[in-house]
Design a protein around this ligand. Structure first.
Ligand code: A2P
Length: 326
């Protein structure tokens, strides 16, 4: 079964969770239900994925069928960039709760350290925006809000019992160090892009030293981005020869090797799959162990290749907050 890492609140976060980004409309609910049936107990969601309502249907179906109880599952969601002003944080969280059909979220993250101009909920949320992102956020206008303001509102969500733990996503060391200096309730998690081509050794160590659990997204590198033209499929770590050979030795797929490597590095991962066999495969990484040499060989593949570096937020909003090297 899947081990967990313990967060500041004492809550346990299963190491492998199901990612729901780009889990398309119409299939998400059944994927979530299947995943819960297959033993997943950790779901990674976000307002921005435009499918929380369907994720909620999947959770409800599984609970109604007696597959699991609410308290057995760990659900993460994320505050979107257009809701950083203090008066928008709680309504955004409440909207997510309503969509997911839950009365609390286990972990709520600031999705990006980027504040964009407010967009009314009815525009931001499906059905409109998923088909037309421009309609949801016409100019991607930056509207600076101090992170301290947003964080204080996040802390109030914990006080109010809406969320158990709070954290951040796409934060570098500098931003995290600053946040840690004043946070009344410290961030429990930092979710960032991590795979063998982007190992972020320093950031991972910094988080560990500061009691911040790391979650790695895009654990296979490139694949999700290939589907939207941001990367080439050949760039996927799943095509890497070194990883392939290590997998053969253990009778595991390249995907399983990548996930196992992440788990042994001591963080949580959220691979996405809409395919039941691959879903099961991705959870089945706890019956083998990579040797020290294998771990090092995989980490040695690092090329500081970040796939999630889109034109979507413009250079202004996105490129500047990441360190070039870690
Ligand atoms: P699919 O949904 O058809 O399984 P990431 O989480 O790194 O962004 O990767 C998600 C992508 O990887 C999706 O395109 C998904 O496709 C694919 N994928 C997920 N699990 C596996 C696996 N075990 N083997 C190969 N591809 C996988």
């Amino acid at each position: 079964s899947c081990p967990s890492l313990v967060l500041r609140s004492g809550a346990k976060m299963p190491q492998v969770g199901l990612g729901t980004w780009k889990a398309g409309p119409g299939v998400v609910a059944s994927v979530v239900e299947e995943a819960l049936r297959a033993g997943y107990r950790h779901l990674d969601c976000a307002c921005d994925y435009g499918n929380e309502h369907e994720v909620g249907q999947g959770i409800k179906a599984a609970i109604d069928a007696g597959v699991c109880k609410r308290e057995d599952i760990f659900v993460t969601s994320k505050l979107w960039n257009t809701y950083h002003h203090k008066e928008h944080v709680r309504p955004a969280c409440e909207r997510t709760l309503k969509d997911l059909g839950l009365d609390y979220i286990d972990l709520y993250l600031i999705h990006f350290p980027i504040s964009l101009k407010f967009v009314p909920f009815e525009k931001r949320y499906p059905p409109e925006w998923i088909h037309d992102p421009e309609a949801a956020n016409p100019k991607m206008e930056v509207d600076p809000v101090p992170l301290s303001e947003t964080w204080a509102a996040m802390e109030e969500l914990v006080d109010a019992g809406l969320v158990k733990d709070i954290g951040v996503s796409n934060f570098n060391c500098q931003l995290l160090a600053d946040l840690l200096s004043y946070a009344r309730i410290k961030p429990s998690v930092n979710q960032v892009e991590l795979h063998p081509y982007l190992t972020q050794e320093f950031l991972v160590r910094f988080c560990k030293e500061n009691g911040v659990v790391v979650t790695g997204y895009s654990p296979f590198g490139a694949l999700s981005y290939a589907s939207i033209g941001m990367a080439k499929e050949e760039e996927s770590v799943l095509n890497n020869e070194v990883i392939g050979k290590i997998g053969e030795k253990h009778g595991k797929s390249p995907a399983q090797v990548s996930l196992r490597w992440a788990c042994q590095r001591g963080y949580t991962v959220v691979p996405k799959s809409a395919n039941i066999d691959r879903l099961k495969q991705n959870l089945n990484v706890f019956d083998f162990e990579l040797s020290q040499e294998e771990m090092e060989a995989i980490s040695g593949l690092n090329r500081n290749r970040r796939y999630n570096d889109p034109g979507v937020f413009t250079e202004l909003a996105f490129n500047t907050f990441y360190p070039i090297h870690n």
